[in-house]
Design a protein around this ligand. Structure first.
Ligand code: PLP
Length: 441
């Protein structure tokens, strides 16, 4: 995941010309004509991975934001090995197993109060598809079948499957060529108030949201959003006051609130979940990326009692008709349990706070960076930092430069950003911020 169509990879490769020509691998978000050959990764340790050339690179994006423990974490590796020795897979249709059951209990424990039911799937996109289907069926079962559309935000990114494409930003969201293929939903403007904005300053954003709800609520099943941080749509950050206001509007207009915490979940914004900053509980919440520490693909869609209990009924229309083959995969559930245990035992929230301090000092408080003519904005939230430039062209070559500094960066559009693994030391964090700033010197 992550839209990067405008800045094709320019990093040079360490694999031979023949290996390249021979490989049938079709890479994501790549222009087949201009793409540079992909560096070949042979292993990894902590925040770094190693190429076949022996080159070691500090991963500033922890592999699309999911490898929160870094590579080859002994406890996670061991958990997978142990589980593989016991039970690699069994279907969840009509059967259950301890890892699925225990993980569901843990997710209910750590997520905002009231999310008591867990539906598994195998990726963030599918987790969002599940959330949307659940919302539509919930409205149907309540006798409101006309409430079958979504309300999304501009700058949103919710995944690459068809249902998700339809709720990504329709122009910027890299799916515009599929417009004729996709169902139509409603969009409200992206929030503009910053993370620090108070209730008064988010009023204009909330008024814009209210206006769309006033016109279309009778058709809307759910409002969905990436809380506080619209990630792949341009690292747009907003205030907890916006979230609280959105929660209230959903109540007022009888619309469910779906929080897509696929990117923000598991500490990325400085709290375990972004919803905690606003002290709200969504009706449905989607988790993936950090869920398994990135070691296996999996997702969880959590639902409140209100949503879940609506599915208790006599007609066959009450069954939720969804069931990915690999839902609740024991290996994925087991490693997710271990990931959570490490997260809590090793106090990752403290580590994230330390990374946040470095990011603020080195980027937000760097006057030279702000003053650079190419730079439009510098912003930080939790363990996320973005340098936004005026013109995407000024990031052309930034990844190559970072690589000469021992850092793997992957900018997209007008954003040079880092979302490091939480085990990144302050020293390594500075190596990343130096590589980011160095590009502008
Ligand atoms: C990555 C992402 C998704 C999609 O997850 P996949 O596992 O790539 O399908 C959905 N929503 C958000 C906010 C994401 O960042």
């Amino acid at each position: 995941m992550s839209p990067e169509p405008r800045n094709a990879d320019t990093a040079t490769s360490s694999c031979s010309a023949e290996q390249r020509r021979a490989s049938p691998v079709w890479h994501p978000y790549a222009h087949l004509k201009t793409q540079a050959p992909a560096p070949r990764v042979v292993g990894g340790e902590g925040p770094r991975f190693t190429l076949d050339s022996g080159e070691s690179l500090l991963d500033a994006t922890c592999s699309w934001w999911c490898m929160i423990h870094g590579y080859r974490h002994p406890r996670l590796v061991h958990a997978i090995q142990e589980q593989a020795d016991t039970l690699c897979h069994v279907m969840l249709g009509g059967l259950t197993h301890d890892p699925a059951d225990q993980l569901a209990r843990e997710l209910v424990r750590i997520t905002p109060d009231g999310l008591n039911h867990v539906f598994y799937s195998d990726s963030g996109s599918v987790g969002m598809e599940v959330a949307m289907k659940m919302a539509v069926q919930y409205q149907y079962l309540r006798g409101q079948p006309e409430k079958h559309r979504m309300l999304s935000l501009m700058k949103a990114y919710h995944g690459d499957t068809a249902g998700c494409m339809a709720v990504c930003d329709p122009e910027e969201g890299m799916h515009s060529l599929f417009a004729g293929f996709l169902p139509q939903h409603y969009f409200a403007p992206a929030p503009t108030a910053s993370f620090d904005a108070d209730a008064a300053s988010v009023q204009a954003d909330l008024d814009a949201l209210r206006a769309v709800l006033e016109s279309h609520h009778h058709e809307v099943a759910a409002l969905l959003m990436e809380p506080l941080l619209q990630a792949a749509g341009g690292l747009n950050m907003t205030s907890p006051a916006y979230l609280r206001g959105a929660r209230e509007l959903c109540e007022e207009f009888d619309v469910l609130l779906i929080l897509d915490e696929v990117a923000t979940g598991f500490g990325r914004t400085g709290r375990m979940f972004a919803a905690e900053h606003a002290d709200i509980t969504p009706d449905i919440m989607v988790l993936s990326k950090g869920l398994t520490g990135g070691y296996l693909g999996h997702a969880a869609t959590l639902a409140s009692d209100r949503v879940h209990d609506t599915f208790i009924g006599d007609s066959e229309l009450h069954a939720f008709m969804h069931g990915p083959t690999f839902m609740g995969n024991p290996l994925a559930c087991r490693v997710a349990l271990e990931s959570l245990a490490v997260f809590e035992e090793d106090d990752y929230l403290e580590r994230i706070a330390n990374l946040n301090r470095v990011l603020c000092e080195e980027l937000v408080e760097d006057d030279n960076l702000h003053a650079h003519p190419a730079v439009a904005d510098v912003r930080v939230l939790g363990a996320t930092a973005a340098i936004e430039v005026h013109d995407a062209d000024s990031l052309e070559g930034a990844a190559d430069f970072a690589r000469t500094q021992g850092v793997w960066l992957r900018s997209f559009g007008r954003w040079l950003y880092t979302m490091p693994a939480y085990i990144t030391s302050p020293e390594d964090m500075r190596q990343i911020t130096e590589a980011m700033k160095g590009w502008f010197r």
